[in-house]
Design a protein around this ligand. Structure first.
Ligand code: NAD
Ligand code: 6OD
Length: 488
């Protein structure tokens, strides 16, 4: 792998900036250096926000929805045309298998532009004929206008997918953006700048600044008074810090935050489907999916069978390098994250868990030994207040617990401050409706997991988020709805 320089992208041009600071970008597969990233200082953040502000009223702001939409289709096609470059960069940064990124991360990176480019052309606004005392009446109607300069702060687990999930609708609505990708995974966000230029996106519409959170580019961006609204995906605690920054100037936020999602398996489920789906929801992307299941509740009559068959399937997971098409699971994103996940493996042990599978670091071949690998892990037997059951781990692991009644399992599912997603496994439709309606979460899947329709509302309840994005819901955040009242 060759070492690359990863630059900030401001006003349509790549720049090292003037901070003089760089940081290393290493792949978690074997710890080797893949890039040197130029960190943005306050001067670069200022320049990016200024460029975004000017672009708002420049050519981008003067375009019709149709014109912007056409350009965003070119962006989507540009990502697809350079599919292999995006794939390689994403897999190197994250360590995830190519077999995952080539059907989830990169295609969704393109789809996020197309879906919202089409949506904005087809959404109407409300109008009311209003009676008046003089009998002539009035017409009330609404128009949508871009919100302005949007600060986009994105995480490392699905870097291109989650960043474009914000940038796609933001640009489709006529806004301009300054994006701060995760310091762990800067490559595809930077590469997208080239695609933006090739597609004819005017300079200043899409800007990228690199760096960390506190006292770095993330904080400089969210504290910047030139940013009109902030959309963020990441940890709940980071959301709290960003919300404080956004309070100055009373700026709007859209937050997609952490979760500790339950999977509920009823005795009347289709066992094959439940095992296959729970395997994905626990282990996909090495467990680094916000929607993933870390608490599995199984109805007592099928508990032993489920645990045995689930463990047998998990034993078959193949760990290895991203390029191997037979690999199911890569490493975690970094050694820092590996330390966090392993600390929970230790906490489970200390709390007296029965370790059904894994629980440590796998024996990898010598050339991968410096990677951030952990074993797929399954526990049973812990009390409901154990840390591994109440706190988000974000690793390839779950605790499985038996339950006896619907009421009991709904109470267990709702017992934490998080409320992002849930998966319910049952062949009884009435039960599916009853249970899904009562779980406190933003997204509940029945007999599936991470089955996405981009027109639907996406987001979390309780401490898992603020607001909903997806389909027309994205317009609520990325536009100002203005009412115009004309007295006739
Ligand atoms: P994180 O909160 O550590 O970092 C996310 C981003 O915020 C990074 O770009 C980081 O540099 C930046 N950041 C950190 N501190 C900041 C600050 N004070 N000001 C401004 N920016 C700051 O999250 P992560 O570790 O990258 O991602 C994993 C977390 O994200 C998990 O908790 C996961 O559940 C959550 N997540 C949620 C969703 C969702 O849709 N709800 C999706 C993906 C990930
Ligand atoms: O599919 C999406 O739109 C989305 N935001 C997924 C989030 C996954 C979290 O890791």
């Amino acid at each position: 792998m060759s070492t690359k320089e990863i630059l900030n992208f401001i006003n349509g041009e790549y720049t090292k900036g003037t901070s003089g600071k760089t940081f290393e970008n290493r792949t978690p597969v074997d710890g080797s250096l893949i890039g040197v990233v130029h960190e943005a200082g306050r001067a670069e953040v200022d320049a990016a926000v200024k460029a975004a502000r000017e672009a708002l009223t420049g050519p981008w702001g003067k375009m019709t929805n149709d014109q912007r939409s056409e350009i965003l289709h070119r962006v989507a096609n540009g990502v697809t045309a350079r599919f292999d470059e995006f794939l390689k960069a994403e897999c190197a940064d994250t360590g995830k298998p190519v077999s995952i990124a080539n059907h989830i991360d990169i295609p969704r990176g393109a789809a996020n532009f197309k879906v919202f480019a089409d949506l904005v052309k087809n959404v109407g606004n409300e109008s009311f004929e209003t009676p008046t005392p003089d009998g002539t009446g009035a017409l009330n109607f609404s128009v949508r206008r871009p919100k302005g300069v949007i600060g986009v702060i994105s995480p490392w687990n699905l870097p291109l997918l989650l960043m474009t999930w914000k940038v796609g609708p933001a640009l489709a609505c006529g806004n301009t953006v300054v994006v701060k990708p995760s310091e762990e995974t800067p490559a595809t966000t930077a590469l997208l700048g080239e695609v933006m230029n090739e597609a004819g996106v005017p300079p200043g519409v899409y800007n990228v600044i690199h760096g960390f959170g506190p006292d770095s580019a993330g904080a400089f961006l969210t504290e910047h008074p030139g940013v009109d609204a902030i959309t963020f995906t990441g940890e709940t605690r980071t959301g709290e810090a960003i919300m404080k920054a956004a309070a100055v100037g009373v700026r709007d936020v859209s937050f997609e935050l952490g979760g500790k999602n339950p999977g509920i398996v009823f005795a009347d489920c289709d066992m094959e489907k439940a095992i296959e789906g729970t395997m994905r929801s626990v282990f996909a992307n090495c467990g680094q999916v916000c929607l993933g299941t870390e608490r599995v509740y199984v109805e007592r009559p099928i508990f032993d069978e489920f645990v045995a068959r689930f463990a047998e399937s998990a034993k078959q997971l193949k760990l290895g390098i991203p390029e191997d098409p037979t690999v199911d699971m890569g490493p975690l994103v970094s050694h820092e994250h590996q330390r966090k996940v392993l600390s929970y493996y230790q906490k489970a042990k200390d709390a007296g868990a029965t370790i059904v599978l894994g629980g440590g670091v796998p024996n990898m071949p010598a050339e991968l030994a410096a990677g951030a690998w952990v074993e797929p892990t399954i526990w049973t037997g812990l009390p409901d207040d154990a840390a591994v059951i109440t706190e988000e781990i974000f690793g390839p692991c779950c605790h499985i617990r038996p339950f006896d009644t619907e009421e009991e399992v709904i109470k267990l599912a709702n017992s934490l401050p998080y409320g992002l997603a849930a998966a319910v496994w049952t062949e009884n439709t009435s039960r599916a409706l009853r249970v899904s309606g009562q779980i406190e979460c933003g997204i509940c899947w029945v007999n599936s997991w991470f089955l996405r329709d981009l027109r639907t509302a996406f987001g979390g309840s309780k401490q898992s988020g603020i607001g909903r994005e997806g389909g027309e819901h994205s317009l609520e955040f990325y536009t100002e709805l203005k009412n115009i009242c004309i007295k006739l």
